[in-house]
Design a protein around this ligand. Structure first.
Ligand SMILES: C[S@@+](CC[C@H](N)C(=O)[O-])C[C@H]1O[C@@H](n2cnc3c(N)ncnc32)[C@H](O)[C@@H]1O
Length: 285
């Protein structure tokens, strides 16, 4: 898990033991459920006779972290199955604990990478992919790992149902602006966007990162997009380094107040460079 969350592991945290203790919430062979998540995970208990024996929708919380968002969403919509996926075993253990403690039958935790989404879901199986505070991977050389990218959006098209959505929430203005370039490149239609989601959509459940970074003064940027006609020959034309999406002038940099997580050093460097340039301009005049 990025951003130093390891540092807060309790002393007695033994990963294997946790994974075992909460195993009933974890699906270790997600590919086996491909194409039948909605029926296969249906618990049946308490179902009405007139209801079809399946979940109404399947939604994916990709990079679910400790699972707060998935569990709260599942609590609010009992007829929707939430698949909470994370590539980091510590997160899987925490999310599984949360699911077990919630007692909810409509959320399942999957250890897995968003890079392999098509192995886990069949065409049209998902009604929504949530990207809550995805790891920004700000450097150009790491851009291939970003979930908020044209390449991933093209992959996601393969598993999304008609009219389904990809929803992003992030504290990172550069990642948000980068994703705005990726949406049309992958042939998606932007349904809405906001640069202050907490004010405009206050009822959306907050993830751990949203709680934590919100307390530090982060604004939440959010968007929803839906696949349109597939692009014939998608080509990446956007600038890949997230530093390029930061404001470059000193005044706006000073006004940022909050530096997006993982980019504090870049913001400081840009600010120092702008200060040096301003000093140089003053000495010349
Ligand atoms: C910044 S955390 C956000 C966690 C949670 N969504 C939240 O908002 O609190 C990003 C999460 O994405 C996970 N992650 C990063 N790359 C991933 C990938 N390729 N597939 C699945 N999860 C990934 C990380 O392990 C981490 O838990």
């Amino acid at each position: 898990m990025p951003h130093g969350m390891h540092a807060r592991l309790p002393r007695n945290f033994v990963l294997e033991e946790r994974l075992e203790r909460y195993a009933r919430a974890i699906e270790l062979a997600p590919a086996a459920w491909r194409g039948r998540w909605a029926e296969g995970c249906w618990p049946g208990i308490g179902a009405r006779q007139d209801q079809p024996p399946r979940f109404r929708e399947v939604r994916l919380d990709l990079g679910c972290g400790k699972g707060t968002f998935a569990v709260e969403s599942a609590r609010r919509e009992p007829d929707v199955l939430f698949v909470a996926m994370d590539s980091e075993p510590i997160c899987v253990a925490y999310a599984a604990q949360r699911v077990c403690e919630s007692g909810l039958p409509n959320v399942v935790v999957v250890p897995g990478s968003g890079m392999r989404i098509r192995e886990f879901f069949s065409p049209g199986e998902l009604s929504c992919i949530h990207l809550n505070f995805p790891t920004p991977f700000p450097r150009k050389r790491e851009a291939g790992k970003r979930m908020a990218s044209m390449e991933r959006l093209l992959d996601f098209r393969e598993v999304l149902a008609p009219g389904a959505q990809v929803r992003l929430r992030t504290d990172s203005q550069p990642l948000f602006d980068f994703m705005l370039t990726q949406v049309p490149l992958a042939g998606y239609e932007l349904l809405w966007q906001t640069r202050d989601a907490r004010a405009e959509l206050p009822d959306v459940p907050a993830s751990e990162y949203e709680e934590r970074l919100g307390a530090l003064g982060a604004r939440v940027f959010a968007l929803a997009a839906t696949p349109g006609p597939a692009p014939e020959n998608p080509v990446q034309t956007a600038e890949l380094s997230l530093a390029a999406y930061l404001p470059q002038d000193l005044e706006t940099l000073e006004g940022l107040g909050y530096a997006p997580h993982g980019m504090q050093a870049t913001v400081t460097n840009l600010r120092n460079r702008a200060l040096r340039e301003a000093a140089r301009d003053r000495s010349r005049s």
